[in-house]
Every structure is written in structure tokens, then in C-alpha cells.
Design a protein around this ligand. Sequence first.
Ligand code: ADP
Ligand code: MG
Ligand code: MG
Length: 254
Amino acid sequence: MASLQISDLFVKVENQQILNGINLEVPQGEVHAIMGPNGTGKSTLAYTLMGHPKYEIESGQITLGGVDLIGMATEERSRLGLFLAFQYPVAIPGVTVANFLRTAMNAHRKAKNPDDKGVPIPEFRKLLTEKMDFLKMDHAMAGRYLNEGFSGGEKKRVEILQMAMLQPTMAILDETDSGLDIDALRIVSEGIESLKSNALGILVITHYQRMLNYLKPDVVHVMVDGKILMSGGPDLALKLEKEGYEWIKSTDAA
Ligand code: ADP
Ligand code: MG
Ligand code: MG
């Protein structure tokens, strides 16, 4: 069972100390949530996990299934099974959703087998249709240019479709719920929920509890000032929603 393991992680951004000793383990088959106030380092952790060059690791370890991720290029991490859904998905002009997904899939296949000729189109179409139906998506979406003129909810749904197609072992979802109205939030959350399996670990990063109503986490972690101050069950998310984050700072755990 491959788990994502983070130990004593200290990270600097633009010479500013942001992560101050993160310890976290997300096993495959579990959903973990990180909640915390704005500016506390949640996205910094997500970008660090994906290997963004701006985030400078001072010390600590990050492994996926025992494989050291530090120093590994972003594509390599992705091929190893790590998936990051970005807080602000970008538009790629002139590339359709289907082409984008096929390119991503082929890159993964080629990494596993250098002689791979790419997924045959009929097989790709079949898989795409299957996953779109599974996520209750309009098939017309596949022919649209990626993120161009997409609503917030559509962008997030395409991210989840990408996740369904790539079948990662560990998915990091940073503020997937931001900017979604109630219906879009439910649809996207149910989409993620439907992908849950023993072969997938999910780390949901969110400011709000509402997404966790659908995507029931096994463990909720609270991050304040670049540290995990408390971990608990789903009840912890409800308590945070009601009482905010201030009380955490004054508990013995802090
Ligand atoms: P959160 O996601 O919890 O809201 P972030 O990780 O986005 O927090 O930000 C944590 C801190 O790091 C903030 O003070 C933010 O200004 C700073 N920071 C994050 N990314 C960058 C960056 N690329 N350049 C400069 N400062 C950054
Ligand atoms: Mg933020
Ligand atoms: Mg953030």
C-alpha cells in the first residue's frame, strides 16, 4: 500500500519561512483533509508536493510509496501517481479537453513503457465517454478548448475528469471547492467521491467545511502558521466551521 509520507518539512518561499515542520501521512484508500486559515501555507504545501521550483525545501522528507520525491521533476512525480488539482486552473488556448487528456495519458504510458505508441483513439474515446458518463458530464465538453470560457464548476469538473482518466495513486486537491455554487459543489464533490477506491489516497485542502459534507474525510488536519496543530475525525471540521481557528492556537496541542 503506497502512502504519501511527509516528515519534518520546512519550506521557504521568496526567502520567507512558510512551512515549519509538517508531518503527515496519507495512506492509499483514505481521504485526509487539511483545513486552516488563509495564508497559513496550505497551497505552499500543495506546490511543494508537486515540485514547483519557487518552493525551496530546507529540510525534511517527502516520499510516495517509499520513493523520494524531493529533487524529482513535476512530470516524474505525476507519472509516479501524484495528481495535483490547482486552485486556479489555467486556460490553454487551442487545445481541446480531449486532446489535453490524451496527451497527458500518453505521457504517463510512455513513462511506464518507452516503446508505447500511445493509447489507440477508439480505446481513448471509449474510456473518455465512460468516465464522462460516470461523472455525469456533457459529452460536448470534450470538444471544447480547455478552460476557455468555462465556468468555475466546469473547470473543476474537467479537473476531476483528468483525475479519473489518469488514475493517480495520490491526489492533492487544493481549494477544489473555491468559487463553486451549491449545485456545482455537490456535483464536483460527488464526482470525487465516486473515484474513491482502495488504490487512491486523497488530500483535500480546503478553507471551508462544506465540501467535507460530501467527501467524508477519514482524518482532518488543522494547519496554522505552517504547522499541523491538530488532527482528528470529521467532527473536527464541523467544530472549526462553528468556532473558527482561534481556539486551536490556545489548546495544549498548539
Ligand atoms: P494558504 O493556501 O493557506 O492560503 P499560501 O500557501 O498560499 O497559504 O501562502 C502562505 C504564505 O506564503 C503567504 O504569506 C503567501 O503570501 C506566501 N507565498 C505563497 N506563495 C508565494 C509565492 N509564490 N511568492 C511569494 N509569497 C508566497
Ligand atoms: Mg489562500
Ligand atoms: Mg491556498
